[in-house]
Design a protein around this ligand. Sequence first.
Ligand SMILES: [Zn+2]
Ligand SMILES: [Zn+2]
Length: 85
Amino acid sequence: MRCDGCGASAPALKTVRCREDRERRGALCGPCWEPLRELVWIIVGPVAAWGTCRACGEWVSVNDLRDAKPGGRRSAPSGTCVDCR
Ligand SMILES: [Zn+2]
Ligand SMILES: [Zn+2]
């Protein structure tokens, strides 16, 4: 993985989501995350476990997606979320 803040490579980085703009997600190393901790949420679990709903565009857990297929936004799986069923 690569840190979106400083570009450093690391085997494990915090995956974060911006609180203001839920579409903004990224990976940050410890020193880069520290000053932003009030602005972002840490997303638990691997990025691959997240996908987008084709109907409403929300990021949801792949477990909550029906018909999840690879190749959605930012290479994440896309499907139909529980709310849009
Ligand atoms: Zn960094
Ligand atoms: Zn939806």
